[in-house]
Design a protein around this ligand. Structure first.
Ligand code: SRM
Ligand code: SF4
Length: 583
């Protein structure tokens, strides 16, 4: 029988009967004979910041041996603006060994993930994370997720306002249920109290709600990709001050292969509000989403689908009706650039910060490079703060100028590559975790991306393109976790070893890429891209990035805002594009 898309989805029902996110999590945690959680609790666990996963490398072997899945848990720690104190970093490092698989993973949204935590240690891990003054509450689930902010720790009023606003939004939209503290922090107390969830109510939001805060011209966080965004607009009379926020809504990058009604989209321009109303604006957008979002079909539940259905004008009308402050028209702002803040920079107050590239966000020691040891040593010796970037890398903050050679010496001593020795192809790259932890992966990502980049690097060098700035991203499925659809080049997993290739986004993150070639074998991907890269090498204009070149030559839409799941070419469809390219 076809699924009824008019009634509440299974997840909605699970939320509704959960007693504000409690479900039977406590009972299952307390019973060591229960190996893993069932559907409803699994959904509720996400709101608490953890996902049940299993090691997909081991599945078939275990099946042959008559064994079930090898369950473990991914834990995500929400850190607004990616800000981490030295004490917290030390705890993060310690817990990676005590409870997880020895790696600390920086996410594309400035959070931290652990993988491989066992059920029996879940409660203690969460308790220790909270004892270290961090939280996993609302890092996942149908709520406002980790709030992003431009990572640049510049010491001025403008950046301070951005950081503070991200923190304020996180606090304002944090769930009120005490279930989290009862389950993970104060384990002795019996789970009994029933309290209100004044904003979210008992079914929370229809789906996840993502928010980012940044400054005009600075799109390091990819602000156009989220459900809601605030872009600080500088005062035209005094550029040391913010005049207010440009407000965005309805971005989102998840879609499903072959589903015509799913799409990845750049956010719409909603209006301009005063600085003191930024948090309320983000809340007002969330409230429209809460009240009108689709609660029957989770594939149609993100805010972008609601806005698409309502139309932007009607959405803005509804938004204004919920704001008890003035909403002015969107203000024109300068074009966006993207600074990744790698290497040494001045904060502007006599102190410095230093950015280190972390490939795919995975802070780990391996046979060649002892990155985790190096980072801990830097934090221990220099007692510096850490800021996680939206490119899965990190900045050591609050350094004296004299510390910079010390940071570099520690990095070198542990074989951590300095930014000047990293190619542009790799420097701006990202890949999602995919196999073996992600239950939704249909292809590899993080584990194959480094080798694909090596091949691309060779091609770029061969073609004299090593100076070109571009972003290359890879995901193991079309959900878009490494934001592939805004990249110059992206690989989006279709099935094992096979990827769709996208081209035509750019570092600025302000438009969508085109599907360039479908169903490409990973080992042939560089060859498929070569005609375009050759032409780019011969005909690019000064500082023209690959995405811009592609759009100019193909005559493609400069401001492309949407990619739909129905774009389903075969490998042959690359041919017409090459003809257009004159190849
Ligand atoms: Fe994501 C689901 C990892 C950023 C869109 N994402 C998942 C899950 C939890 C898989 C699952 O549901 O079982 C992945 C866990 C893998 C693992 O083993 O760790 C996962 N997503 C990630 C991270 C860790 C990727 C990374 O390389 O860092 C990022 C964590 C961010 C964070 O700290 O909160 C991550 N995910 C994103 C982004 C990018 C962003 O937000 O900047 C997107 C696209 C933007 C968006 O949301 O539209 C993204 N993730 C998704 C989706 C598709 C949602 C949709 O609208 O359809 C899913 C699937 C889902 O929710 O059903 C998903
Ligand atoms: Fe998993 Fe797909 Fe996200 Fe990669 S993009 S982490 S494969 S859900």
């Amino acid at each position: 029988m076809a699924k009824d898309k008019t009634g509440p989805s299974k997840v909605e029902i699970a939320k509704q009967k959960s007693n504000l996110l409690r479900g039977t999590i406590d009972e299952v945690l307390n019973d060591p004979s229960i190996e893993h959680f069932e559907h409803d609790d699994m959904q509720l666990l996400k709101f608490h910041g953890t996902y049940e996963q299993d090691d997909r490398d081991l599945r078939s072997e275990r099946r042959k041996e008559g064994l079930g899945k090898a369950y473990s848990y991914m834990i995500r720690i929400a850190l607004p603006g990616g800000m981490v104190t030295p004490e917290q970093y030390r705890d993060l490092d310690r817990m990676a060994d005590d409870f997880a698989n020895g790696s600390i993973r920086i996410t594309t949204r400035q959070a931290i993930q652990y993988h491989g935590v066992l059920k029996g240690e879940l409660r203690e891990t969460m308790r220790q994370i909270n004892a270290a003054m961090m939280t996993t509450l609302a890092a996942c689930g149908d709520v406002c997720r980790n709030v992003m902010a431009t990572a640049a720790p510049i010491a001025d009023q403008v950046h301070e306002t951005i950081r503070q606003t991200a923190k304020d939004i996180a606090v304002d939209l944090r769930p009120a249920t005490k279930a989290y503290y009862e389950l993970w922090v104060d384990g002795e107390r019996k789970v009994s109290t029933r309290e209100d969830e004044p904003f979210y109510k008992e079914t929370y939001l229809p789906r996840k709600y993502k928010v980012g805060v940044t400054l005009q011209g600075d799109n390091q966080i990819d602000v156009y990709s989220y459900d809601a965004g605030l872009i600080g607009v500088l005062d035209s009379d005094d550029s040391s001050k913010l005049a207010g926020w440009n407000v965005l809504a309805g971005g989102g990058l998840g879609m499903s292969h072959g589903r015509a009604n799913t799409f990845a989209q750049i956010a719409d321009k909603i209006g301009f509000v005063a600085i003191e109303n930024g948090v309320a604006a983000v809340r007002a957008i969330a409230s429209i989403y809460r009240d009108f979002g689709n609660r029957s079909d989770r594939k149609q539940a993100r805010l972008k689908y609601l806005i698409d259905k309502m139309g932007v004008e009607k959405f803005v009308e509804e938004f204004k009706s919920r704001c008890d402050f003035e909403v002015q028209p969107w203000r024109e702002i300068p074009a966006v650039t993207n600074e990744d803040w790698m290497g040494a920079h001045s904060r502007g107050d006599g102190k410095f910060f230093y950015g280190v590239f972390v490939e795919n966000g995975r802070i780990v020691d391996n046979d060649v490079m002892k990155m985790r040891t190096a980072f801990l040593k830097i934090v221990n010796e220099l007692k510096c703060d850490v800021v996680l970037t939206a490119q899965q890398s990190l900045l050591f903050d609050g350094l004296e100028e004299s510390h910079i050679p010390q940071v570099e010496a520690i990095l070198k001593e542990h074989n951590v590559t300095l930014i000047e020795d990293i190619s542009n192809v790799r420097r701006y790259s990202m890949a999602c975790p995919a196999m073996p932890t992600c239950g939704l992966a249909v292809a590899e990502s993080e584990r194959v991306a480094p080798d694909v980049l090596t091949d691309l690097e060779q091609k770029f060098n061969e073609l004299g393109l090593s100076d070109a700035q571009l972003t290359v991203r890879m995901t193991g499925c079309p959900n878009g976790c490494a934001r592939p659809y805004t990249a110059d080049i992206a690989f989006v997993g279709r099935r094992p070893g096979i990827y769709h290739l996208f081209v035509g986004g750019r570092l600025a993150g302000d438009r969508m890429a085109d599907l360039y070639a479908g169903d490409v074998k990973i080992e042939e991907a560089v060859d498929v891209l070569t005609p375009l890269l050759s032409k780019y090498s011969e005909e690019r204009s000064t500082n023209e990035c690959l995405g811009d070149f592609y759009r100019r030559v193909i005559g493609a839409d400069e401001t492309r805002r949407r990619v739909t799941g129905k774009e389903e070419p075969t490998i042959e469809s690359v041919e017409p594009k090459l003809v257009q390219l004159g190849v």
